[in-house]
Design a protein around this ligand. Structure first.
Ligand SMILES: *[C@@H]1O[C@H](CO)[C@@H](O)[C@H](O)[C@H]1NC(C)=O
Ligand SMILES: *[C@@H]1O[C@H](CO)[C@@H](O)[C@H](O)[C@H]1NC(C)=O
Ligand SMILES: *[C@@H]1O[C@H](CO)[C@@H](O)[C@H](O)[C@H]1NC(C)=O
Length: 278
């Protein structure tokens, strides 16, 4: 009996000293690095240090799939060669005597995974207040189809027709060559990304019931038809565009999509968090 108590005591003591040593090493190592700038890939927890946060792409054993890109200084920005650059500052920090750390951020509203409101390309809609706060959350949340677009073309009327998306499907995420080329992981903006040509956008509006259009680079519209395709999509104020989705390693098929923009009054775009649930 006595030896059992001794054994327990020893176990407890060694566990306690282990916790203390890991705590002290990581608190000194943690500053001043900014966690988000360290890796662009998901890091895997080593499990022997509780102060290493786990960054996940999926949750609950794969049931919840995060299709939002992580914001990093190196992520691409529209028409920029340098990525978004520094977007977080720490004007108040505990290191400098504040009672808490308080960061500030500055980002173009159309950075990373984001949503476009009608005011993006229609000035009268902008003036009338059709901002991201007016977007219909019912459109942004519900059953969705993830489809693969033929890899050798932009999305034209012909391509749209060939996808045979049945009537009644209201939310479609289009995965393209952009995902294979890992364009969202490249700092330099690439104008050769795949997107909708004007006739493809027109075909979608006229021949389908799709109200949520998702795509895997910074614009749903191909660079050559940048404004014309946006105009076609946003004119009716019914279609919501979600851009720069992270669609790697997801099987095509039907999911439940959940996207929530920020309630930025007056903004024609907003970062958006999107997940797929199986
Ligand atoms: C932020 O707060 C933590 C404590 O919560 C502190 O360890 C860290 O040094 C602070 N960071 C900065 C940059 O001051
Ligand atoms: C702390 O304050 C100094 C001096 O104002 C500044 O140079 C430094 O960047 C600050 N550090 C942090 C972590 O805010
Ligand atoms: C798509 O269109 C862009 C121009 O907007 C072009 O550079 C690119 O090569 C096209 N992609 C494909 C796969 O045809």
């Amino acid at each position: 009996m006595a030896s059992l108590v001794l054994l327990l005591l020893l176990l407890l003591l060694s566990a306690a000293s282990q916790t203390i040593s890991t705590l002290s090493t990581t608190t000194t190592d943690a500053y001043p690095s900014v966690p988000l700038t360290e890796t662009t890939e998901c890091s895997i927890s080593t499990n022997n240090d509780e102060l290493i946060p786990v960054r996940r792409e999926v949750y609950d054993g794969g049931r919840i799939i995060d299709i939002t890109h992580r914001y990093t200084t190196e992520m691409p920005s529209f028409e920029s060669a340098d990525g978004i650059g520094q977007f977080l500052w720490l004007p108040k920090s505990m290191k400098n005597g504040s009672i808490a750390n308080n960061s500030e951020m500055k980002l173009p509203a159309h950075t990373g995974t984001h949503v476009d409101a009608p005011g993006h390309v229609f000035d009268h809609y902008f003036d009338a207040g059709f901002d991201v706060d007016t977007l219909d959350l019912e459109v942004l949340n519900g059953p969705a189809l993830l489809v693969d677009v033929p890899r050798d073309t932009n999305i034209t009327a012909e391509v749209m027709k060939s996808l045979n998306i049945p009537r009644g499907v209201r939310r479609v995420l289009f995965r393209t060559l952009n995902t294979n080329r890992r364009l969202m992981f490249k700092k330099e903006f690439d104008t050769s990304y795949v997107g909708f040509m004007k006739d493809g956008a027109k075909w979608l509006v006229e021949n389908t019931d799709i109200k949520l259009v998702g795509i895997d680079y910074l614009s749903v519209a191909a660079y050559d038809d940048l404004i014309p395709s946006h105009l076609v999509f946003l004119k009716g104020r019914e279609i919501i565009l979600v851009e720069a989705l992270k669609l790697d390693n997801v099987q095509p098929g039907i999911y439940s999509v959940h996207c929530l923009p920020l309630r930025l009054l007056g903004a024609e775009g907003s970062p958006i968090r999107c997940v797929l649930i199986k």
